[in-house]
Ligand binder design. Structure first.
Ligand code: NDP
Length: 504
């Protein structure tokens, strides 16, 4: 049995049928929060089998029946807000207000999905075109069946719920494998859903390590929605290729923030520091790189340094930043900072000594070579790499010179939207940071090593459906080319018609 990075594995000595369990640990204190079963491939298959039966019932409820249940769940989440926020804090170590912010977003996105599913997915008429004028053409978005969701630990409720809420609203059943670091949050979500949908196991959780996630990929689900690192995303995709199971892949990022000469510098500095340091930098759409136009760089550096230097990590509920949740990430952060400094980088705030596991104090680096790991790879810690650029065009060029392409931020009074369009990312915030993630109607996702597919918004609902196109004959055409009974002149007349109307 695999040993988790933090908690121990225990093979049950009791009844032979009991699965082994593993611990979830509070990263602030190292204390055990709870124990959870390690679900093996057979248990995962069983969950998917039960989900398939439950899905028919759930789909039969129709949009209004499902909306009623999802609304009840949303209200339950709002009522028991503090309980779930506490669970998020104890498994991730993040400050209480950050957990609350995460849950506020969960509730708003769930509301949007339930409220808009019918409008986005129901059967609608489309033009039937000149050749098929005798047909009525419609398209409808039908549920896929059972969706497997694999989630990370950094936003253990918000991130997977972007798939879970939309997949459920679209009429699917869901089997969710949370990160081994945050299994309790996943279990809490599934238990609370079962309180409002007690009839059938429409939303289940399976817990364990990577093997449990791999088993979900091979279990015959109708789609996998994966959120996590690029390396695991590739493994998930390879496993799904075996059975041609479709995948949605939301991976890491190396998001850049660009500061133009005409920007509101105070607002930009505030956004850069919050975007980079909140949740201790463990945010897929967190700011990792800052490109600031030379003419305003001195003032901007001062503003960033002043704000970042005030932040203190800690385990108390009102600390600015919590610990690094995944112990092995501390080594990555240390390596990036050391390498940047070894290669001529300067620390404006913090430095090598800022890495004090389980906490990392804010670090702001400058003069770091663009090919160093701190610029090219996801650091996932409270670290900003700031670089002066000649103008915003150079900023855009450097921002785009990344294998990732998740989100980006632009601070510019005059050129915000123009610069946004030139960025090779799935999302851009102009004169604010991360705001796109909080707009339920906006699709969320990236390009390149950040993955593909979209959660949230109408695109996020359609991700969990199959488009079904239907044509229905309204009347018989005198010329029917799709019949062996067609006359010799039928196709000739058709070609003439096409040349006439489409050939000019
Ligand atoms: P990982 O890739 O390590 O794990 C993600 C999930 O995949 C976990 O549940 C993990 O289980 C599971 N898993 C591991 N191995 C396999 C496998 N072979 N087959 C199937 N599933 C497997 O990511 P982290 O949990 O460390 O999350 C951090 C990453 O997530 C960062 O790169 C971050 O940028 C990204 N992220 C992306 C977001 C986006 O929307 N684009 C949002 C939030 C985070 P276990 O934990 O048990 O190993």
């Amino acid at each position: 049995m695999t040993q988790t990075a933090r908690g121990g594995v225990e093979t049950s000595t009791g009844a032979a049928s009991q699965p082994p369990t593993f611990e979830s640990i509070d990263p602030r204190t190292g204390e055990v929060v709870d124990r959870h079963p390690v679900h093996d491939a057979a248990a995962v298959r069983e969950a998917v089998h039960a989900a398939r039966k439950a899905q028919s019932w759930w789909a039969e409820l129709g949009f209004s029946g499902r909306k009623q249940r999802l609304d009840s769940w949303r209200k339950l989440l709002a009522r028991r807000f503090d309980e779930l926020a506490g669970r998020i804090c104890s498994e991730t170590g993040k400050p209480l207000d950050d957990a609350k912010l995460e849950l506020v977003l969960v509730i708003d996105h769930l509301h949007w999905a339930a409220d808009n599913a019918e409008k986005v997915l129901r059967r609608r008429k489309v033009p039937s075109g000149v050749l098929m004028a005798h047909q009525t053409a419609t398209v409808e978005y039908l549920p896929l069946g059972v969706v497997g969701v694999i989630g990370p630990w950094n936003y253990p409720a918000f991130t997977p719920m972007g798939s879970i809420g939309h997949a459920l609203a679209a009429g699917n059943a869901v089997v969710f494998k949370p990160s081994e670091l945050t299994p309790g949050v996943g279990e809490w979500l599934a238990r609370s859903f079962a309180e409002v949908v007690p009839e059938h196991p429409v939303f289940q959780v399976v817990t364990g390590f990577g093997e449990t996630g791999a088993a979900l990929c091979a279990s015959g689900v109708d789609k996998i929605a994966f959120t996590g690192s690029t390396a695991t995303g590739k493994r998930v995709m390879a496993a799904c290729a075996e059975t041609l199971t479709p995948v949605l892949v939301e991976c890491g990022g190396k998001d850049a923030l660009i500061v133009d000469a005409d920007a509101d510098l105070a607002a930009a500095a505030d956004a850069a520091v919050w975007g980079a340091m909140s949740n201790a930098g463990q945010t897929c759409i967190g700011v990792e790189r800052v490109y600031v136009v030379d003419s305003v760089a001195d003032r901007f550096e001062e503003m960033i340094a002043e704000r970042a230097a005030k932040l203190r990590p800690g385990g108390e509920p009102n600390a600015h930043l919590g610990p690094i949740t995944m112990p092995s990430q501390v080594d990555v952060i240390r390596r990036h900072v050391d390498d940047a400094l070894d290669r001529g980088g300067r620390a404006l705030v913090g430095g090598r000594d800022s890495v004090r596991p389980p906490f990392v104090e804010p670090v702001v680096l400058t003069d770091v070579p663009e090919d160093s790991e701190a610029v090219t790879d996801e650091t996932f810690g409270p670290v900003i790499v700031l670089r002066r650029v000649r103008d915003v065009d150079e900023g855009v060029e450097l921002a785009n010179d990344s294998r990732y392409g998740l989100g980006a931020t632009v601070f510019s009074r005059a050129r915000g939207l123009e610069l946004a369009r030139r960025l090779r990312t799935g999302m851009v915030a102009v004169n604010s940071v991360i705001s796109f993630a909080a707009v339920p109607a906006l699709p969320f996702g990236g390009v390149g090593d950040s993955g593909f597919g979209r959660i949230h918004g109408a695109d996020g609902l359609r991700e969990f459906t199959r488009a079904q196109s239907v044509t229905r004959t309204r009347y018989r055409m005198p010329l029917n080319p799709m019949s062996f009974g067609r006359s010799k002149g039928t196709v000739r007349r058709l070609v003439r018609l096409m040349r006439l109307i489409r050939g000019r």
